[in-house]
Design a protein around this ligand. Structure first.
Ligand code: GLN
Length: 459
């Protein structure tokens, strides 16, 4: 299977630099104030049409200081809400660059995955709230890293759901991904949720302890590495796009120990994620559309701006999120989802060998625990792009239903809710349709380098 298509559908405006070397793409929810050719940041939303950002996001500033040039802004689902990069301004669709049919690039960072897969840049920044870097990476056959929550500054990044949003990296190899991640991963006084230098040092200390137990990592071996395989993410052979068997054998041959584990809260993560993400979105998006106060006619104007400016999916999520926060629904929806998130974090901590650098006693690694957790990134290969007339008035059999779109995130939302680093790495193409599929490696908070090293050596 070749990558033949160009990435023209993936840029918001024609790229301003021709070459690939030293250039990156930046998702269109990340501020980039380019003074020579001003390019708006629109989040693929009419409500931000032609909005010129007043400053450049911290992550992009770090890259520019490190000698990278932003080649252009990449298309996305409106405000990051979607899994196919099809919820876009004017309904324009981003096409997966692999040859063989009009398939989705995944979402919401589909544009970033496409420009990387088509070889137009060395890497791209995306954002991942519930899978938006990892799913497109899996569908487009590239590497996609969602860092630990707080590792990369969100200053200058338009919020979708503040407690989940992470800025991350897409690239063609684990080493390139690590290089770009290192360039953007610093404390930032402008983002109170960005990890402090002290927190990073604690994470580095814990990671060092872990690396000492894994022998031969630099020489391509994984001796001593313990890889957890959650029973909850195990897909029966007839439902998996690509069986994991050969990969698991390969990892064992490199010296890794495979450990069956259980994270019992995983099956409840998808509904919990959508309740929390929508609830937060109903609040973060309240800033668009003018002031709350004023005369009746001013309020009406605000309603009109929001109705015309937000697309269907965004309006739907604002309503769902507002409902989840109402007095009548709060206990049974928002609070339950928060409780699930709390239990999920405990479940993860119970299976890791390394202690959580921010919350636990650093002296007590659990030797029966695991260093990384492995499972497929997605339950399918890239789906067909919804047709242009994919709207709710069509019968469900002829369109991608909302629930089918949401279900694509089922294996990516757990690491998001737990705030853990997770990387999707290409590990082959499906035997049935020949499209790429990725495998995910998730680690303890702050262990980006470890998951990327295991990806580089073992997958
Ligand atoms: N598909 C998920 C959603 O629509 C995740 C999106 C994201 O990570 N930004 O919420």
């Amino acid at each position: 299977m070749n990558r033949t298509r160009c990435a023209c559908s993936a840029w918001t405006r024609p790229p301003i630099i021709a070459q690939r070397k030293g250039t990156i793409g930046a998702k269109d929810n990340i501020f980039w104030r380019n003074t020579s050719t001003p390019i708006p940041t629109e989040c693929d939303s009419q409500i931000l049409h032609d909005f010129l950002p007043p400053f450049t996001a911290t992550a992009v500033t770090h890259l520019e200081k490190g000698g990278w040039n932003v080649k252009g802004k990449t298309r996305m689902d409106e405000f990051g809400m979607g899994s196919m990069t099809a919820n876009t301004q004017n309904g324009e669709r981003v096409v997966n660059p692999w040859a063989g049919g009009e398939r989705s690039a995944g979402g919401s960072s589909g544009g970033s995955a496409v420009v990387v897969a088509a070889g137009e840049v060395e890497g791209a920044l995306g954002t991942d709230t519930g899978g938006s870097i990892r799913l497109p990476a899996s569908y487009c056959g590239v590497v996609g890293l969602k860092p630990s929550y707080g590792m990369v500054s969100r200053h200058g990044v338009v919020s979708y759901a503040d407690s989940l949003d992470c800025v991350g990296v897409l690239a063609n190899s684990a080493s390139d991904t690590l290089r770009i991640f290192k360039a953007v991963s610093y404390p930032d006084p402008n983002d109170p949720t960005c990890a402090s230098a002290r927190a990073r040092q604690r994470a580095a200390d814990v990671e060092m302890q872990t690396r000492r137990r894994i022998r031969g990592l630099e020489r391509g071996r994984l001796n001593g590495l313990r890889i957890g395989l959650p029973i909850e993410t195990h897909l029966p052979p007839d439902q998996t796009p690509l069986p994991l068997g050969p990969l698991l054998k390969h990892l064992q041959a490199l010296g890794a120990t495979l450990v069956p584990i259980s994270i019992p809260t995983i099956p409840l993560c998808l509904p919990a994620y959508y309740v929390l993400a929508c609830a937060e979105a109903s609040s973060t998006l309240a800033r668009f559309g003018g002031g709350w106060y004023g005369t009746d006619s001013e309020r009406k104007a605000r309603e009109e701006v929001r109705r015309a400016g937000f697309g269907r999916e965004v309006r739907k999520r604002i309503i769902a999120g507002t409902w989840a926060l109402t007095a009548g629904a709060f206990n049974n929806s928002y609070l339950k989802a928060l409780q699930l998130r709390h239990n999920l974090r405990k479940d993860y901590q119970a299976v890791f060998r390394a202690p959580h650098p921010l919350t636990s006693d650093l002296e007590t690694p659990d030797e029966r625990g695991v260093d990384v957790i492995l499972h497929p990134t997605a339950i399918q290969t890239a789906p067909l792009l919804p047709s242009a007339d994919n709207n709710p008035s069509q019968p469900p059999s002829t369109r991608t239903t909302d629930t089918a779109e949401y279900a694509q995130d089922i294996l990516t939302v757990p690491a998001s809710l737990a705030g853990l680093p997770s990387v999707s790495v290409p590990y082959g193409v499906s035997e049935t349709d020949g499209w790429p599929i990725g495998v995910s490696l998730t680690g303890q908070w702050g262990m980006e380098r470890l998951v990327l090293d295991v990806a580089r050596v073992g997958v």
